[in-house]
Design a protein around this ligand. Sequence first.
Ligand code: S3P
Length: 436
Amino acid sequence: MSSDRITVTRASRGLHGTITVPGDKSISHRVAILGALGKGSMQVQNYLCSEDCINTLKAMQQLGARITPGNTPQNFTLTGTGMQPCAPQHDIDCGNSGTGMRLMAGVLASLPFRSRMFGDESLSSRPMKRIIDPLASMGARITACGKKPGCAPLEIEGCKLAPVHYELPMASAQVKSAVLLAGMLATGTTSVHQPAITRDHTERLFEHFGIPCTVSENGLDVAVEGPAIPTNKDITVPGDISSAAFWLVAASIVPGSEITLLNVGLNPTRDAIITVLRRMGADIRINNRTECGEPYGDITVCAPQKLVGTEILKPEIPNLIDEIPVLAVAAAFAEGTTSIRNAAELRVKESDRIATVVGNLRTMGSAVEEFADGMEITGGTPLHGATMDCYGDHRIAMSFLMAGLQAEGETTLLNCHSINTSYPGFEEHLHLLTSC
Ligand code: S3P
């Protein structure tokens, strides 16, 4: 469990050591959902035991999935319902997780019972119309009953849905996946067109579980043939590159660092953080690259002589959307200007990540200009420690703790409990890498 307040000082000897970051959050949610609907039992290894993914697993248990514990909390046997789920007895708590709520909405809207999903304050103010609209066009009956229009709690009157072709108005893997999961349960071909390539874990898992799915050559069009029942098959979840990203940046900004991160997912729809950091001058090497449904490998990072600013290209944005807060921290330590535009989606994440990143960077003394769709950071000015809020946002907490490792004086992040939503064990890793 993360403490509520975490304080760091400059890591004057650099970061050193080898760690294994926890399992991938996006893949863990999808494994729980598909496995719960699937036929038969499977061993799940390295599931992310964070609050978000545990909430999704509990929701799936309410639908009738059975969990038999293994040797560690991350390893267990999941027995699916063979597409015979039962109605949940209680309202489903999605906690802080937009992914959990949006993906489960695609499934629950297609099942023959009523259900209700709710979340915490942050999730209750995030837009749900983006999944309600396409699912409604398939015949779904979903009511957003939150205080804010179009927001959770969601009340769902499940029914048989019709297939659809949907043009995504925004590059969102969550929306794409909600429609594809509903399409898996509908009769016929459901297809989506995305304006840019987004993470493809749903498509890869469809293949793993034997669900007929096709992807166009340019990767923008995806179709699923329903109805189809997943065939459960053992799976190992790779480490989360979004969690690894904090250490990639820390080791690149703190002189004298050399660290290795083991078994990190290297899916090409998620690896732009590596491309962009290398473009900025980072020394990142990948060893033991291998593939098992998802590519993964070991990453070694050494502090470079210097980092330089860069322009993040429009098609790169969906590929590193969750890494932008920590990339902005790297930019603050880089020579020159880094431009991050076309990223208005950041305003509807766990916090308004444009406002929270710009605010905290300025508090630490960095020169940042804010735009409606991003920010421009002029790096090179030494940062000073400060006490800052993370606004209930796990990635803001961890990003600014990384900044604190190369700032003058003490840096304290308040309300860090949210780190448990994605990175259990973060404080232990922080201690391990900074204490050698
Ligand atoms: C996710 C997709 C992204 C990402 C989120 C996880 C997923 O959200 O920010 O953390 O697992 O599909 P959007 O699809 O809304 O951009």
